[in-house]
Design a protein around this ligand. Sequence first.
Ligand code: ARG
Length: 286
Amino acid sequence: MTTQAAAPMRIPRPCHFLMCPPTYFDVRYAINPWMDPGDPPDRRVAMEQWERLRALLVDLGHRVELAEPEPGLPDMVFAANAATVVDDRILVSSFRHPERRGETAAYERWFRARGYRQVRRAGRTNEGQGDHLLAGGRLLAGHGFRTERESHPETGGFLRRDVVELTLVDARFYHLDTAFAVLAEDTVMYWPGAFSAAGRRRLAALFPDALLVEEADAAAFGLNAVSDGRNVLLPSGAAALADRLRGRGFEPHLVDAGELMKAGGGPKCCVLHLHHASATPWERRP
Ligand code: ARG
């Protein structure tokens, strides 16, 4: 009789997140194919979904800070787009669409008020952790729909990381974090169809053991997942992907993000990882 070796238990790492409540959340314009102003979200339900996400992260032992939502910025709930954080360096985003540009000042204020010293406002268009993901010391940077390719040298230079450029080609997956997720230092998952041929080759070479996700799971926003190295929070439509994650030793948590997805954002879009800021001035305070 053969017994299948169980996947090794994975160790979660405590994370530090920034979120912003969907107080003024709405779909009043369409800047991605998921948004339809004719089918606006129910804000009360969106708030419940967001609150459950926040509570789950706290229950899992993570620290969640909150940014102050501002009227007139209905997408501010998608905090992942606010900045890219590496060590103590904060590159505050410059948004492609005028509808979101007001978020830059709002989030920059938050970082400055917190006492971060190395805060820079991006000179070129980049949409923060929507398009920038740290995987094992490398900074993966998507472009094609939002972040402009020309922004990568500024990003890599300021954050002092080598940048791996990835071209996105499917408008449904307009940010890197809708097509690619970092699960642990050594493990990533993605849907290859979202990337150019060169991008697919680059990813295959860098991550030979990646979990390749089915299009149906990607279309359910399954790649818009928040992982602490063990627990993976992903939208409830991606149940098949959750089973595959379990097979790799992760603990999936399906969360209902239906109202937020009407704006083209899932659980990962709602959180900005601050944990790359290893020792923030805030933490150093006596
Ligand atoms: N409505 C927002 C936009 O189109 C959604 C942002 C989703 N964020 C993300 N990190 N993928 O900009």
